[in-house]
Design a protein around this ligand. Sequence first.
Ligand SMILES: CC(C)(COP(=O)(O)OP(=O)(O)OC[C@H]1O[C@@H](n2cnc3c(N)ncnc32)[C@H](O)[C@@H]1OP(=O)(O)O)[C@@H](O)C(=O)NCCC(=O)NCCS
Length: 171
Amino acid sequence: MARLVRPSNRYKKSFLEAVEEPGAQQLFARFRGRPEGESFPAYVRRIRSYSKGVSLKNGLVPETTYWLVEGDIYIGRVSVRHKLNRSLQKKGGHIGYDIRPSKRRCGYGRLILKLSLRKAKELGFSRVLITCLSTNIASQKIIKANGGVFKSEVCTQKGKPTTYRYWVDIK
Ligand SMILES: CC(C)(COP(=O)(O)OP(=O)(O)OC[C@H]1O[C@@H](n2cnc3c(N)ncnc32)[C@H](O)[C@@H]1OP(=O)(O)O)[C@@H](O)C(=O)NCCC(=O)NCCS
């Protein structure tokens, strides 16, 4: 059964396979853009430390990242942000997620948000803001299936698709 775990070296092989999948370039921008020479264990340590507010750069807020895994297989990633800054209020919200290309359209997107809402509750949230592009039909379905209530549509960049903002009350 798929479950959320904290990033761990156990999933290294599968994670690195996911990074190389066609269509995965954007998803792993943070991993690809890691400091030169940073080992996988050091990368894992660094992203785990973000939950404590350590090593954060460029105005990032503390966030807890989980990986959706099944056995030793890496399926996707979700980050639960501990607070919103001005930019996340508009675009980004409390929770960001993605599923590796080869595992899409199997219900994992819906599942990763469902499981992460429980994690957000553990962090003390009773409601969270989730955003997605107006062109991202899959994400809109996932958010609505998890109780998302449309709040507003905002323009973040002229000439680019707008962003839809939803609030989810966590039961
Ligand atoms: C968006 C994303 C998480 C969806 O993951 P997924 O595992 O394919 O989602 P699910 O299988 O749970 O599908 C949810 C719904 O979206 C639909 N869907 C999935 N991909 C779709 C697509 N490309 N076009 C239209 N609908 C799509 C599914 O059929 C399903 O519909 P249903 O509720 O009517 O059954 C995944 O495509 C992804 O990682 N995209 C890149 C990152 C991203 O956009 N993250 C979200 C940022 S807000």
